[in-house]
Design a protein around this ligand. Structure first.
Ligand code: GLU
Length: 308
């Protein structure tokens, strides 16, 4: 039995289990800390559990050593998971099992279309346009017509997406054999008994696809909360793969204070906390989820604790 399956049998007493699920594509930056800290705060202030999962299914984007660096940064920021870290690369047989169910139920199919062929028909897959079979077909999920999925996001309110028109039949396993994020995340959130998915707003457009997959696999739908994005001085989203300034694990206080401010919280509560433990304790007892803004935040230039 895997760690994830173990966890699903014993839910947290509060009924709340959250998670932070970084892809190891580079070091954590201020935007990653916002997701980690935000999901941790929501879990802790609800008396819930908080888990960490390394989403290392995309071998082509993985950076050697990044997962270990991410985990040691989380430790330096005092954000400790309540269970052993789960690595998606070790869970491929479980994704395969889920895929077989979808294939048997005829809601997944082999697709031989190339990117170029799909681009020529507007980029949204509704039926196969390939003229010949390839040796390495992708597997897609068949999105029914009129798939209007409604989400009530804890921060952003009501959001609706027509997955058939706006996204189309989406990939579950790529032609290079890698598992798609949508497939792995749905299987693992359910296996780990995640009750609340808290992550950056850039992923809200994936949520409807994940709900469709949960329904097809007979899995529960967690609650969702999409945190504000963090933009750089030029208004771009910070991203690990675009080499955003990494966090400095030797100086966690300024970055935690800055994430707290971007989460819309009262900065005065943390002013006299000078060590991580005290800061996190204060943060949990003063956290007000209703103050989390929808609007993106701006990252601050790097600062050090002694300057404040
Ligand atoms: N692995 C994704 C990332 O690093 C996050 C996935 C999620 O939280 O659902 O952006």
């Amino acid at each position: 039995m895997t760690e994830g399956q173990d966890l699903s049998t014993a839910g947290p007493r509060s009924g709340y289990r959250g998670r932070f699920a970084p892809s190891p594509t580079g070091p954590l930056h201020a935007g990653s800390l916002l997701s980690a800290f935000g999901s941790w705060l929501l879990a802790r202030s609800a008396g819930g559990e908080w888990l960490v999962r390394i989403e290392d299914v995309d071998r082509t984007r993985e950076v050697a050593g990044a997962a270990a660096a991410q985990l040691s940064a989380l430790e330096a920021f005092g954000l400790r998971p309540d269970a052993p870290v789960v690595y998606q690369a070790q869970r491929e047989p479980i994704y395969q099992q889920a895929l077989e169910k979808l294939l048997d139920d005829r809601v997944a199919f082999e697709c031989h279309c190339s990117r170029g062929q799909l681009a020529a028909v507007g980029g949204v897959h509704r039926r196969c346009v390939a003229r010949s079979n390839r040796r390495d077909p992708a597997i897609r999920f068949r999105v029914p017509d009129n798939s209007a999925i409604s989400i009530t996001d804890r921060i952003r309110g009501h959001v609706q997406q027509y997955v058939d028109r706006e996204v189309g039949d989406f990939v579950l396993r790529r032609s290079d054999g890698c598992w798609a994020y949508q497939m792995a995340v749905v299987v693992d959130d359910a296996a780990q008994g995640i009750s609340e998915v808290v992550r950056g707003a850039d992923l809200i457009g994936s949520t409807a696809r994940q709900i469709l997959l949960q329904r097809a696999l007979g899995l529960p739908t967690p609650r969702y909360a999409h945190l504000p994005l963090l933009l750089d001085a030029a208004g771009r989203k910070l991203s690990k793969s675009a080499r955003a300034e990494p966090l400095d694990p030797s100086d966690p206080i300024p970055a935690l204070r800055s994430a707290w401010r971007i989460l819309g919280q009262d900065v005065a509560c943390l002013l006299d906390a000078t060590d991580v433990k005290t800061l996190l304790e204060r943060a949990v007892s003063n956290f007000e989820p209703g103050r989390i803004p929808v609007k993106p935040g701006r990252s601050e230039p790097p600062a050090t604790s002694h300057k404040r």
